[in-house]
Design a protein around this ligand. Structure first.
Ligand SMILES: [Zn+2]
Length: 210
């Protein structure tokens, strides 16, 4: 076995691993693998290092499920924030976008996706159960939740997820609202401007149309 066959197997191993990632098909995996092979050696090393650090240095907050370096995270433990309001988002990047606006001072809940029947993503694949438990358990505590703001993306699936969540949360006696429609339909929270996001938070509306 010569050097070239080792290279071939390293390449096919890399392609096989990459193609397991969500949204990466075989073709994309091949492109990424060839790119890394040709790029500056540091490029591949830094990627490998970042992936390794992701698993060893990042943890999820057991309250809001956001990525954090401590559990509970600094947002969940900040006494200056409004602990009676939870803003539900699809991804950690949405929290980062909203935090950048500085307008929202409540807590968060990260779903890690949205309901997508066609892709086989159901309630059990998201942190919906944890959100319902969180609101229910807070009811009998000294700091109950008064409002849950649904900040899922204004896409068909994001809207469907919001509707599902409203049906689960409204019977628990909390006000359930949806981020205002300043966020363009089909866009994601991560890509809209700070000003639009700030308007969306300020102009949120009750799910039942009140
Ligand atoms: Zn947290």
């Amino acid at each position: 076995m010569g050097k070239s066959s080792n290279q071939t197997s390293a390449m096919s191993r890399a392609i096989e691993r990459l193609s397991r990632l969500p949204g990466i098909g075989k073709r994309s995996a091949e492109r990424i693998a060839f790119y890394l092979l040709k790029a500056d050696p540091q490029e591949a090393q830094q990627l490998a290092g970042a992936i390794n650090d992701l698993r060893t240095q990042s943890i999820q907050c057991s309250r809001c499920w956001n990525i954090a370096e401590s559990d509970p995270c600094p947002v969940c433990t900040d006494p200056q924030r409004d602990h009676a309001t939870i803003l539900v988002v699809e991804q950690p990047g949405d929290v980062a976008s909203l935090e950048a606006t500085g307008i929202y001072r409540g807590l968060y809940h990260v779903l890690w996706g949205r309901l997508a029947a066609l892709e086989g993503i159901g309630p059990g694949d998201l942190t919906i159960g944890a959100l319902v438990d969180r609101v229910r358990e807070a009811r009998s505590s000294s700091s109950p939740i008064h409002e849950v703001i649904l900040g899922t993306n204004p896409t068909l699936e994001g809207d469907g997820t919001a509707l599902y969540l409203a049906q689960k949360l409204e019977p628990l006696g909390v006000r359930v609202s949806r981020l205002a429609r300043g966020v363009p339909t089909g866009s994601t929270l991560e890509t809209v401007s700070k000003a639009v996001l700030a308007d969306a938070v300020a102009g949120r509306q009750g799910m039942t149309g009140t």
